[in-house]
Ligand binder design. Sequence first.
Ligand SMILES: Nc1ncnc2c1ncn2[C@@H]1O[C@H](COP(=O)(O)OP(=O)(O)OP(=O)(O)O)[C@@H](O)[C@H]1O
Length: 286
Amino acid sequence: MAENKPRPPQQLNRKPEEDVGPPVVEIRNLWTKFGRTVVHQDLSLEIYSGEILSIVGGSGTGKTVLLRQMLGLERPSRGCVRVFGEDISEAGPEQLQRMRNHWGMLFQQGALYSALTVFDNIALPMRELRALPEDVIRDAVLLKMDMVGLGAEHANKMPADLSGGMTKRAALARALALEPRLLFLDEPTAGLDPDASDAFVTLILALHRELKLTVVMVTHDLDTLFALSSRIAVLADKHVLAVGPSCDVVRVDHPFIKHFFLGGRGRRALEVLDERNEAAQEGPKE
Ligand SMILES: Nc1ncnc2c1ncn2[C@@H]1O[C@H](COP(=O)(O)OP(=O)(O)OP(=O)(O)O)[C@@H](O)[C@H]1O
């Protein structure tokens, strides 16, 4: 059977360089099967506090399924997923709900409730806690809107009246509503024009720094990937083929990595990354 075939050794496994303590997310020897189809085979990955870890891989390699397993929305066939040290695959509904209050999720389409105003969308996770008075919720919602660059004048708008960039900002404000330590981003810049995409990347970077967030992101967009990632994990051949800083990952000799990073788009994004690294090494201009 396919499961017993030897697989190539992991080619790159670099942890963050600084001492970052125990992993925030720890995936150990995970298998995912749908019927006879094996999606993940003995996959392991650790995500550390304060980093932005991006997951890339070809279509159908199981990035979304892996994200859903970290969120406790799906259980792996075998292996374990620990988030903040707790085994999420074994968690009951109450434990899962408590754990969910410590992370935020930004879905690909923004996923705002179309029948609720921007204000009510952002307030929803706070109201679900049933512990906060309305005046506290009001101040908190306006604060979150300010954090993501949405003026208070947008509070009563319906999602249908927002631009793509504003929808993403409102969804991000909702993901940050309960002050999570961990933020999941699924294709955060999908559907945005280049200017809105750059502005959203800048916002995520600023919030990541200010709020000391750990971020797990899935993206196909190379500009977003290089601009945000502390490390990149490449899913290929049913497991994490390589994980490390982008400058190391792009040099791994594997057909997917060559195709993904060193095709025309990838080369351009790498040039921008190199220019930025050089500028950073030269230090601030007088
Ligand atoms: N509930 C399910 N039942 C059966 N097969 C599933 C189920 N969920 C996912 N799959 C299959 O698992 C594989 C991985 O799916 P997944 O959506 O995680 O891929 P992906 O890497 O996110 O792909 P893409 O980049 O195209 O979004 C696919 O072949 C998909 O058809």
